[in-house]
Design a protein around this ligand. Sequence first.
Ligand code: ADP
Ligand code: 5GP
Length: 191
Amino acid sequence: MNKLIIVSAPSGAGKTTLVKELMQEEELKLMFSISAASRKPRENEINGKDYHFLSVDNFKEKIKNDEFIEWEEVYNNQFYGTLKSEVKRVWNLNKNLIFDVDVKGGLNIKKTFPENSISIFIKPPSIEELKKRLQKRGTETEESFKKRIEKAKFEMTFANEFDVTITNDNLKKAIDEIKKVVGNFILKQEL
Ligand code: ADP
Ligand code: 5GP
């Protein structure tokens, strides 16, 4: 049976970095679930690869048409969601799906697929360190930086509801840990 790997974390905790590393492991047969998002692409992001970038109106149209497995207004007027068509696409390729979603979305996907999913929460070592990482990444305006930090504090309170928590302090250690957890989940249960 195909497996679902759900990775959630406050923005800036290092989720994208860890997911990219994990995807290098060919034996895990992972494919990234490309979400739909109504925000503008960042400079290095490609439409259809990082996200399906949609206008707010287009996103709302898809909500109305019941095209999402889950969606959230993660930030004010910024919608993100997992399209049913995306999950079908990857399952038809016989791959395991990896999701990079917000905390609520992650817990919802876990509830929808309790048997074959694992939910992983990536924790920053502290809010101070999270601030530093977001500043260093340099992708946020002052306003969106503040929004993300406020939300991060709230999201941290959900860590206990996930199957596994990984603290991303030393990057190499966190990479080893996530590879071990996901490797065990995908490979051991296939025997
Ligand atoms: P997220 O996807 O959770 O928003 P990113 O993967 O984009 O986070 O990471 C945020 C920033 O922090 C990036 O600039 C990344 O290079 C950096 N980063 C990730 N992990 C670590 C770590 N363990 N130590 C220091 N910096 C890190
Ligand atoms: P960013 O703008 O930094 O790419 O993402 C902001 C937040 O939206 C992150 O926490 C990210 O995990 C989340 N997100 C991305 N895609 C989805 C999705 O399909 N569903 C939900 N619920 N959240 C998502």
